[in-house]
Design a protein around this ligand. Structure first.
Ligand code: HEM
Length: 236
């Protein structure tokens, strides 16, 4: 049994010992311990309660006598730690691995924090400052007011030649997706400005409208301004 324990406890302990420990090398055990086996033991429990666990190895075991208290081998003793990374000479975001084909170092600073942000398209997209009382909400209120924004009594079939005549600021029509709108009242409400809106006055503005803001619902914005439907030019 003791040889088994010795082999178990001896795992990882350097084989070469300077000299076998003497009795003086064995640590003094100061706590109350069971009497040595050669002392008399009447087998009765002691009166004071002793809840301390027995010492291991047993204070009088051959194991303790021969080798002293076994050393506890730590992981560091078994396997030396890796060499420290060259933190001082490290360039943030650049892998210390020289191979360009290798995977990026996990210590590398995330790409997003090292790369300067791509230049945002700061070019003004053309939103203009609308005059007071010409916000989108004001336009919605004007539409709902019931005021006549069409300028015509009935919906018409409008050929391009007729549309072309309504190309002035005070009389501006345009066709979008086959519907013709009188956009005169809307001009000061247009977030892109009157000038841009006038580019489609008197003509089919479907293409320009869609390429500028396909997300805008022209049918909803100008429903109160509908004057008719675009038809092909009648042949003469
Ligand atoms: C005739 C129908 C049109 C209507 C109902 C209309 C409506 C609108 C609306 C609601 C916005 C605000 C969009 C937003 O904030 O997302 C807007 C912005 C704009 N519109 Fe129009 N628009 C029309 C035609 C045009 C045309 C023909 C042009 C000419 C290029 C144009 C140029 C612009 C521009 C440059 C902006 C600012 C875009 C931005 O800020 O991103 N619009 N328009």
């Amino acid at each position: 049994m003791s040889s088994y324990l010795r082999s178990w406890l001896g795992t990882g302990i350097p084989a070469a010992r300077p000299s076998p420990p003497t009795q003086d090398d064995i640590p003094v055990i100061s706590r109350s311990s069971p009497p040595p086996p050669d002392e008399e033991d009447d087998g009765e429990a002691t009166e004071t309660e002793d809840n301390s666990p027995p010492l291991f190895p047993s204070p009088y075991s051959a194991q303790r006598a021969s080798s002293g208290v076994p050393r506890i081998i730590t992981d560091t003793q078994l396997m030396p730690p890796p060499p420290p990374p060259q933190l001082a000479s490290r360039t943030p975001g650049v892998s210390s691995n020289s191979s360009s084909l290798s995977a990026p170092s996990t210590l590398a600073v995330p790409y997003t924090t090292t790369k300067p942000p791509a230049k945002l398209n700061t070019k003004k997209k053309g939103k203009v400052a609308l005059a007071p009382g010409h916000s989108p909400l004001d336009w919605a209120n004007l539409k709902a007011s019931g005021e006549d924004l069409r300028g015509v009594d009935t919906l018409m079939r409008i050929p391009p030649s007729v549309l072309k005549q309504h190309n002035k600021r005070d009389d501006a029509w345009t066709a979008i997706n086959g519907k013709v709108y009188n956009m005169t009242a809307y001009l000061p409400f247009h977030p892109g400005g009157e000038k841009e809106l006038m580019r489609v006055a008197g003509r089919d503005g479907t293409k320009l409208f869609a390429s500028t803001h396909a997300w805008v619902n022209a049918d909803f914005m100008l429903d109160a301004c509908l004057v008719g439907f675009l038809i092909p030019e009648p042949s003469t």
